[in-house]
Design a protein around this ligand. Structure first.
Ligand code: G3P
Ligand code: CA
Length: 252
C-alpha cells in the first residue's frame, strides 16, 4: 500500500529531494535521483515533459538549453536527440556522462527503493502529453509509488480521468482564497505551495491537515525555515539539499 501522505501529529515532515539531490548532482539526472535516495529522501521530485515523438523525458525547462549541450524546445525535438545530450557537464565535468533520462528510466530506478516519486508534469499543450506520462507510470505498475503534481489543473483533471488510482498534488505559487475547497474540488491529496506564500498564511496548514490533505511546500534550503515549517505541521518539505535536510530533522 502507498505510504500515508499526511503525517501523524508530532511526526517530522518527510524529505523531498527537489530535482533529485540537486545541490550535489546535476538536477533531474539519474545521478541526482540516486543521490537523493542515498541521502534518505522519502520522496524524490522530478519534472517531466514529452518530446516531439511523444516520449516522456525528465528535465525542468521547456527547452534543453540551460541544462544540456543542445538547444531547442523539448516538444520540438526527438527523444533520440534529447536523450543523447550531455546533461551533466554544465554542472561539473565530473558528471559529463549524465544524460537526460527518460521517465521510464527514472521509474525503474525508483522502483524497489522505499522512495516515492513526486512526479511534476510540466504544462503540456495537449491531453495526449499527459496521457503519455500517465501511461508510462501505469505500464510499470507504479501508480502507488507516484504522487503526480502540477501547477496546471488540466493535468490533474486528465490524470484523474485516466488513472484514478494515481494520487494527485496541486502546486501553487500563491495560495487560493480557500485552499481546502480548491483541493477537494480537484481531488488532490496534497497541496504544495511555495514556502513563502505558506509562511504568510501559516494557519492554512492546520485547515488542510484537518481535511486530510497533506501540505508539502517548496523549496526550502535553510534550517531556520525548515524548522518553522516543521513546527507548523507540514507533511513534507521540498529541498535542493536533501542530505543536509536529514541533519535538520535529527536536530529537531
Ligand atoms: O516541486 C515544486 C517545485 O519543483 C515547483 O517549481 O520550478 O522547481 O518546478 P519548479
Ligand atoms: Ca518541479
Amino acid at each position: 500500500p502507498p505510504p500515508p501522505i499526511t503525517r501523524p501529529d508530532g511526526a517530522l515532515p518527510v524529505t523531498i529531494a527537489h530535482r533529485g539531490y540537486s545541490a550535489v548532482a546535476p538536477e533531474n539526472t539519474l545521478a541526482a535521483v540516486t543521490a537523493g535516495i542515498r541521502a534518505g529522501a522519502e520522496y524524490v521530485e522530478i519534472d517531466a515533459h514529452t518530446t516531439a515523438d511523444g516520449v516522456p523525458v525528465v528535465l525542468h525547462d521547456s527547452t534543453v538549453d540551460r541544462t544540456t549541450n543542445g538547444s531547442g524546445a523539448v516538444s520540438a525535438l526527438t527523444a533520440e536527440y534529447v536523450t543523447g545530450l550531455d546533461a551533466g557537464s554544465w554542472f561539473s565535468p565530473a558528471y559529463a556522462g549524465q544524460r537526460v533520462p527518460t521517465l521510464g528510466q527514472v521509474l525503474d530506478l525508483v522502483r524497489n527503493t522505499g522512495s516515492t516519486l513526486l512526479l511534476e508534469v510540466k504544462a503540456p499543450r495537449t491531453s495526449a502529453q499527459t496521457e503519455a506520462i500517465v501511461s508510462e507510470v501505469l505500464r510499470r505498475g507504479m501508480a502507488e509509488q507516484v504522487l503526480l503534481q502540477s501547477f496546471d489543473v488540466r493535468v490533474l483533471r486528465d490524470t484523474r480521468e485516466l488513472a484514478p488510482r494515481i494520487r494527485l498534488g496541486l502546486l501553487r505559487g500563491g495560495l487560493d482564497a480557500d485552499p481546502v475547497a480548491t483541493a477537494k474540488e480537484l481531488g488532490v491529496v496534497s497541496y504544495n505551495p511555495s514556502a513563502d506564500a505558506l509562511l504568510a498564511r501559516p494557519e492554512v496548514v492546520e485547515r488542510l491537515n484537518d481535511a486530510g490533505i497533506a501540505v508539502m511546500p517548496y523549496t526550502v534550503d535553510d534550517a531556520a525555515r525548515w524548522s518553522r515549517l516543521a513546527e507548523l505541521g507540514v507533511d513534507g518539505i521540498i529541498t535542493n539539499r536533501a542530505g543536509e535536510h536529514s541533519g535538520w530533522r535529527r536536530a529537531a
